[in-house]
Design a protein around this ligand. Structure first.
Ligand code: ADP
Length: 623
């Protein structure tokens, strides 16, 4: 027991550990996935940002290119103008100067350029579109500018710089003024660049234009102007100084650190005490002599990547939660199915048990039925035996009674006959005939017994008919009249009007009444009250009740059942046969009625014959 317990505990601990390991493993995998996912998301967003920056860069480059191209051919065109050519040949001519100044001013206004001016071969400006402004170039010498130096040797030149006189940045296009193959001077066309820059703004995508030394010349972020991406080495400073590209502007280094993020170049610039990270994309414009770059602030990209990571984490958490709920539901379902299966199994087991119980009970019942059948058979046999015994007993009783009843008169008859023969021999015929009379009387009695016995062989199936009580009573009175008179009895008949009618056999009913009235006469004989009352009436349940009441001693309760048995009599030998009530009982029964006896509360026996009323049969309603 202890062993199995500890084994169970070990298994549980093992399962727990396994579960813990699975959870930790899953968490590690999810963490790795999140880290990797965040990395991938970051790269993807950075790539997207890079493409966006690339587009911005391409747009900026083409805008700049388009802007510069518009003015490219103009200096050569203007150099061919007659006024310009005339002036360059005769630079001191005031009229030509004035005419050229006006022409340059007009054309400058027309072309919306910044300035147009003409220089002699020593770099002196002799005519300018801004001749009448405070910052007039006329009289200024720009021989140090590369655009002058290159044009002076016959080349078309370009240059961008901060104006030393105007202090305005511009893009310079220069062209030699050639007359008959000789260069007399240089014409310069300065284009304003402030307008382009204004559209760049200072947002997340910053556009900058830097010179080959890495110094920013144009930018939408004014604080970055004249800052350098590259260290300001003396060599770089000397290069810049010679051309006076930035006039007197103060140059400084941008606090920048370069880095790489995958395929992307990144820059970190300290601004207002914080490091800002930028995605850096650049494209050189060799014709313009500068490099255009786009610096895209990565803060929003990083934030987007972070949000995507958080959303992914949340989604993973949701998926986990969903998974957990699903697993829990499945576990619950499995539990429920298990419980149901157990319940089903339980039910089936109980059904099986009950079926077995029922089968057992069934078997018991079958056995009991078999036993009962056996008992019944035995009972029937016993009953049959009893009936047989009863019959034999009855037969024996009857034989005894009959031999008794017949032997006595037969013995007496023999005695009377013998003595009658002697009396005739002795010549005493009177006494002999007296004996013969006695013999005759004895034979009459035996005939009477024989007649009574015949009644047992009645026909119960004899048809019943409608019998009126008063008719039967009238015939009965005629028969019993002599007996009543002998007993000095007073018989009174009471009946309903109209007289009751019953379903019976008239003669047999009369036989029953004669028997009962004769018994009543026997009972009251010699007594003080010798009234016999016969009454017939209809009962509530549609039957007819005939009662015969006498004022005799009544029938003791102890023998009430037995008086209807054959040969039961209390009368002395030779007086009663004990067959009257027995026959009467059976006759009434054959009529579908009943015969019973009770004692009247005021004394005397009451015999009641209950019969079926024939009122309905003759269509007379009971009244
Ligand atoms: P029997 O009249 O030949 O004796 P019954 O069958 O008619 O035979 O009567 C059976 C017995 O019932 C009688 O012996 C008698 O004891 C009793 N009995 C019948 N009628 C009356 C009666 N009215 N009063 C008292 N006893 C009676």
């Amino acid at each position: 027991m202890m062993l199995s317990l500890s084994a169970g505990g070990g298994a549980r601990a093992f399962l727990k550990n396994r579960f813990f390991l699975i959870v930790v493993g899953l968490a590690a995998v999810v963490l790795a996935l999140i880290v990797h996912g965040s990395h991938v998301a970051g790269r993807s967003y950075m790539h997207e940002a890079s493409e966006q920056a690339g587009t911005t860069l391409r747009l900026a480059v083409s805008a700049l290119d388009g802007h510069l191209r518009r003015f490219e051919a103009l200096p050569a065109l203007i150099a061919d103008h007659d006024d310009v050519e005339a002036l360059i040949v005769d630079p001191a001519n005031p009229a030509l100067r004035a005419a050229t100044n006006l022409y340059l001013k007009d054309i400058n206004a027309l072309l919306k350029s910044s300035d147009i001016y003409v220089m002699t071969m020593d770099g002196m400006t002799i005519a300018a579109s801004n001749f009448d402004s405070d910052t007039s170039f006329v009289g200024e010498n720009f021989s140090y500018r590369p655009y002058f130096q290159e044009a002076a040797v016959g080349q078309q030149s370009r240059f961008y710089a901060l104006g030393t006189t105007s202090a305005k940045r511009g893009y310079y296009f220069s062209s030699p003024i050639e007359i008959g193959g000789t260069i007399f001077g240089v014409i310069v066309f300065k284009v304003d660049i402030d307008g382009i820059e204004a559209s760049w703004g200072d947002g997340d995508s910053r556009i900058v234009v830097s010179d080959p030394q890495g110094i920013i010349f144009m930018t939408g972020t004014p604080r970055w102007l004249y800052s350098s991406f590259l260290p300001l080495t003396p060599e770089r400073l000397a290069n810049t100084k010679a051309s006076r590209r930035y006039s007197d502007a103060v140059l400084r280094e941008l606090p920048v650190q370069g880095a790489k993020d995958g395929d992307h170049a990144m820059l970190s610039i300290s601004e207002e005490g914080a490091d800002k990270e930028f995605l850096f994309l650049s494209q050189p414009m060799p014709e313009a002599g500068w490099t255009v770059a786009v610096l895209m602030d990565t803060a929003s990209v990083r934030a987007q990547a972070q949000i995507a990571t958080i959303v992914a984490v949340l989604l993973v958490c949701l998926a986990f939660l969903g998974g957990a709920i699903l697993v829990q539901r499945r576990m619950r379902l499995a539990e429920r199915i298990k419980l149901q299966a157990e319940a089903q199994e339980n039910l089936e087991r109980r059904v099986e048990e009950r079926t077995a119980d029922l089968a057992r009970v069934n078997g018991q019942i079958k056995q009991e039925i078999a036993e009962r059948r056996l008992t019944e058979r035995r009972l029937r046999r016993t009953q049959a035996d009893l009936i047989q015994a009863g019959k034999l007993a009855g037969l024996g009783q009857m034989s005894a009674a009959l031999s008794h009843e017949f032997n006595q008169p037969l013995a007496a008859t023999k005695t009377y006959a013998d003595s009658a023969a002697l009396l005739i021999e002795r010549g005493r015929p009177g006494e002999a005939s007296d004996n013969l009379r006695r013999i005759s009387a004895l034979i009459d009695r035996m005939a009477s017994i024989s007649r009574h016995l015949r009644n047992f062989a009645r026909k119960p199936e004899e048809k019943l008919s409608v019998v009126s009580f008063d008719d039967v009573m009238r015939d009965t009175l005629e028969i019993v009249d002599a007996r009543l008179r002998a007993a000095d009895a007073a018989l009174r008949v009471e009946m309903d009007t109209p007289p009751p009618v019953v379903l019976a056999g008239a003669v047999r009913l009369q036989q029953v009444l004669v028997n009962i009235i004769t018994n009543a006469a026997d009972a009251i004989e010699g007594l003080e009250d010798r009234r016999i009352i016969v009454s017939a009436g209809r009962s509530d349940d549609g039957r007819v009740v005939i009662t015969v009441r006498d004022h005799g001693p009544g029938v003791p309760a102890a023998i009430r059942e037995r008086i209807f048995d054959p040969f039961y009599t209390t009368k002395g030998v030779g007086k009663g046969l004990g067959l009257g009530l027995s026959i009467s009982y059976n006759i009434v029964k054959d009529f579908g009625g009943s015969l019973s006896v009770t004692d009247h509360p005021e004394g005397g026996a009451v015999f009641a014959i209950e019969l079926t009323s024939a009122d309905a049969a003759i269509g007379r309603a009971a009244e």
